[in-house]
Write a protein that binds this ligand. Structure first.
Ligand code: A2P
Length: 345
């Protein structure tokens, strides 16, 4: 990619939960754009989306959509990325892919700018955005990894429905209304659209995100395991995850237990977190201050609180990590990668 004053951007999945946030962020951050192309499925062809006071018509994404595109930001599901990302690369675009399609490919960098931005330079046309739950956890753990090393992570997530797309948000809102009206609920796509059995999400906690793998962990849990090792470039980290979907619209929360390789000083831990890029500490038990999904919604940072020594393990720490899953967990991480790349071309 050549240095330019303004860049041509395509957003694939422009009508979806993440795509809409990407469009808002490009607008708010005044990303230097020459031409903006909004792409989705044939269902959305002709829809109009406002950007900086102008109206843009959504086009159907096809292999020919990427002529002259510098950055193609994909958030239209794994099968769309598999079908179209290589066409975008062949047309000369850098693909920043929000799906699971290429994350574990050895020649695709998996990037969280606060953690491993330098890896992005090795891209061969595609850069992958990690899973939302992984992004917020590794952003919070990065300063501790650098200072003490990490032996083991045990994470339990409390994830919002917006991570499963806009249809899942509608499902939660509809079920909530139905239950409050004393009606029978309709179940549409949760926990997994492609599986036959559906579960109630309103007023519930579902311990299944994505399909089960052969080892009885879900794919979401295994994404956290595999992606964390790849992002830190450290396969020695022991990690186990339990991922749970809650009846929350926006913001993923995580209980993270981390065992460090070296002894730590708690004041230093808090100071490292306070100074870490992209991290904000909200931690004052005496005033009931801790991160909340409702308060993280709409913000770009990863919030960390409830930081406390493990009672038994001398190198163990527990913390509560919260972020807006559609922003740092998806759209912001992708736009941030593009912003960083244009700084260095
Ligand atoms: P559309 O609105 O036309 O279906 P979400 O994650 O909120 O469910 O959004 C998914 C996004 O991916 C939407 O913008 C959707 O467009 C888009 N999408 C789904 N399938 C395709 C496809 N085959 N080609 C291009 N975009 C697609």
């Amino acid at each position: 990619m050549k240095k330019k004053t303004n860049y041509n951007i395509a957003v694939i999945g422009a009508t979806g939960a993440v795509g809409q946030q990407i469009i808002r962020l490009l607008e708010q951050r005044d990303f230097p754009i020459d031409k903006l192309k909004l792409l989705a499925s044939s269902r959305s062809k002709g829809k109009v989306v406002a950007f900086k006071g102008q109206e843009f018509v959504v086009e159907e994404a096809t292999p020919e959509s990427f002529q002259d595109v510098d950055f193609a930001l994909f958030s239209a599901g794994g099968s769309t990325s598999i079908a179209l990302a290589n066409h975008a690369v062949e047309s000369g675009a850098i693909v920043i892919d929000n799906t699971n399609a290429f994350r574990m490919d050895t020649d695709v960098p998996l990037i969280v700018p606060e953690v491993n931005l330098e890896e992005a330079k090795k891209n061969k046309g595609i850069i992958a955005n990690p899973n939302c739950s992984t992004i917020q956890m590794v952003t919070a753990l990065k300063p501790l990894y650098d200072r003490y090393g990490i032996e083991r992570i045990i994470v339990s997530t409390y994830q919002a429905v917006s991570g499963a797309g806009s249809q899942a948000v509608n499902e939660l809102l509809n079920q909530t209304k139905q239950l409050l009206n004393g009606e029978e609920i309709t179940k549409g796509i949760l926990p997994v659209g492609s599986l036959p059995v559906k579960k109630q999400i309103a007023f519930n906690a579902i311990p299944q995100i994505d399909v089960f793998e052969e080892n009885d962990y879900t794919r979401e849990e295994m994404k956290m395991v595999r992606e964390t090792k790849k992002i830190f470039n450290d396969s020695s980290i022991k990690i186990t995850a339990t991922c749970v979907r809650l009846g929350v619209v926006s913001g993923h929360s995580e209980s993270v237990y981390v065992e460090l390789k070296e002894d730590y000083d708690m004041e230093e831990v808090v100071s490292l977190l306070n100074n870490a890029p992209g991290v904000k500490v909200v931690d004052d038990p005496s005033n009931q201050a801790y991160p909340l999904a409702t308060e993280a919604a709409g913000k770009l940072d990863v919030f960390v609180g409830r930081i406390r020594k493990d009672l038994d393990h001398p190198r163990g720490i527990n913390m509560w990590v919260v972020s807006d899953n559609l922003l740092k967990g998806a759209a912001w991480n992708a736009v941030q990668i593009a912003e960083e790349m244009i700084k260095t071309v």
